[in-house]
Design a protein around this ligand. Structure first.
Ligand code: PMP
Ligand code: PLP
Length: 477
């Protein structure tokens, strides 16, 4: 069983209660005639059917990765025993944890992929990891608290907590993501730095363990074990935001050294024996971001609170999304079909893309001026710019040289994200086009982030050619 984490709840989490109207739901079964809940009558829903043309994953389509074989699927009209909820049920109000068939599919998927090591864990549907993260923060943190984050991190996470008066403390990273040694060192010595004198020791860590945004780093198995050990030693909650988990490029391929088939990285959640990891999964990178559906795996002390929060905010993800996802995943693909889809489609597409962009980079960019660590997962190349090779290095601030490079890139019509956007240092508010073109930020952010996820192969090649030219010109004088 999970440890007792009640002392980790913030004021909001500790005082969140079940919505009293939702407490009526368990009565609605058997012979009960409900004149209770104010559910609108389905005859007033102007949606007579909900269908989608989806990728076929049946065995006859097997082996045709990337093939265009499709299936027309329709959310059932009436109740079908053992199958998914009917259209009128998916479009109706429900409990705050998502429709049963989809939630159970996600839970079974988590059980197969992550083999949780304690009993009282559960899965709750979310409107994606952005929504999930905001709910976890409001459950655990109070104004004045500080959370620990990777030294380069997803800006939206920091943008969410800042107006809530919740601070963040960066933890150093290397090619394998957050350093366990740095995390331990920071916590062992917490308070010895005068800047921390008035701050409570952080108890929550936010990290992106696989194909990290922006660095592309993936934690090794040993690094994950080491982080878990520090988490136990210092009694931490880990928020494992893992949208790029299924974009592990080498899963299913043979290891060049051992010849063994490469498997999925064990998640932090899979190593957790205490219930201290809150795992956030999303369909945004595996199906489509516009679904706005994800799922959170965590101990039931916490799922209950997130469910209460959903009851008074989103209620549950959109019924259209849930209905179509359930029809596709539960009634058509099944667990095996979804697993095959992830490895044969999502993973292989991004593998092709990363290899192509890396190839272009090596061909068209002066590698003594810009280079990256090859990512094994995710969507990003984190490109380090050798500002020390610039003829004016030392005479002007690094940030000015980086700004000049950004301007050159824009002039050449190629856009990459300036590294400072992922920095933990305070950023100016309401940055606009003029700020990006004119203001220099953060002396140590000598990186740019490029994604191979979205552009066409032709655009990627031209983009990298333009970047190579911009770099050469920016470093010419
Ligand atoms: N406000 C009031 C007064 C309501 O009666 C209801 C529905 N019961 C809601 C809000 C919930 O609205 P929504 O489904 O758009 O979240
Ligand atoms: N977390 C990280 C680290 C991300 O990179 C992203 C997407 O850019 C998200 C969360 C957003 O996920 P979702 O679409 O599920 O809200």
């Amino acid at each position: 069983m999970a440890k007792d984490f009640s002392s980790f709840l913030g004021l909001e989490g500790a005082s969140r209660k079940k919505s009293c109207l939702k407490a009526l739901l368990p009565f609605m079964k058997g012979e009960m005639i409900s004149l209770g809940g104010g559910l609108p009558h389905p005859s007033t829903f102007p949606f007579y059917s909900l269908s989608a043309d989806i990728k076929s994953m049946d065995s006859s389509a097997k082996g045709k990765a990337g093939s265009s074989v499709s299936d027309l699927v329709t959310v059932p009209h009436g109740p079908q025993p053992g199958k998914i909820e009917s259209l009128s049920a998916t479009l109706q109000y429900g409990a705050g944890n998502g429709i049963k068939s989809l939630r159970e599919f996600c839970k079974e998927h988590v059980r197969r992929m992550h083999c949780p090591q304690y009993q009282d864990w559960d899965v709750i549907l979310t409107a994606g990891n952005t929504d999930a993260f905001s709910k976890v923060i409001s459950m655990l943190c109070n104004r004045g608290d500080k959370i620990l984050v990777e030294e380069w991190t997803y800006p939206a996470a920091l943008e969410l907590i800042e107006p809530l008066g919740i601070g963040h403390v960066p933890v150093s990273m290397d090619g394998e993501g957050m350093s366990a040694v740095a995390l331990k060192d920071l916590l062992d010595n917490w308070g010895s730095n005068p800047e921390q004198a008035n701050d409570a020791k952080p108890r929550v860590v936010y990290l992106i363990p696989t194909g990290q945004n922006p660095t592309g780093a993936t934690m090794s198995i040993q690094r994950r074990r080491d982080i878990m050990q520090v988490a136990q030693e210092h009694d931490l909650i880990l928020i494992e935001d893992d949208p790029y988990y299924y974009l592990q490029f080498f899963v299913g391929e043979k290891d060049k050294v051992t010849g063994e088939t490469i498997g999925w990285m064990p998640s932090l959640f899979s190593m957790d024996t205490d219930g201290r990891v809150i795992r956030l999964d999303t369909f945004s990178k595996t199906l489509a971001p516009g679904c706005r559906v994800g799922y959170m795996s965590l101990n039931v002390q916490f799922t209950t609170i997130v469910q209460y929060h959903n009851e008074v905010t989103i209620q549950q993800p959109s019924g259209f999304s849930q209905g179509l996802l359930a029809e596709m995943l539960v009634s058509h693909w099944g667990q095996e079909g979804y697993a095959r889809y992830l490895t044969e489609n999502v993973r292989t597409e991004y593998l092709k893309r990363t290899q192509f962009m890396q190839g272009c980079f090596k061909k068209y960019v002066n590698l003594s001026l810009a280079d990256f660590i090859e990512p094994s997962a995710g969507m990003f190349l984190w490109i380090k710019i050798a500002v020390d090779k610039h003829p004016r290095y030392g005479a002007v601030a690094d940030s000015v040289l980086m700004l000049e490079l950004f301007r050159k890139c824009v002039e050449k019509n190629v856009l990459m994200v300036p590294g400072w956007q992922f920095s933990c240092k305070p950023k100016p508010s309401n940055i606009d086009f003029a700020d990006l073109m004119n203001a220099a930020y953060d002396e140590q952010a000598n990186y740019v982030r490029a994604t191979f996820a979205h552009a066409t192969f032709e655009q990627m090649e031209h983009g990298i050619i333009r970047f190579g030219e911009a770099l050469n010109e920016a470093f010419a004088k």
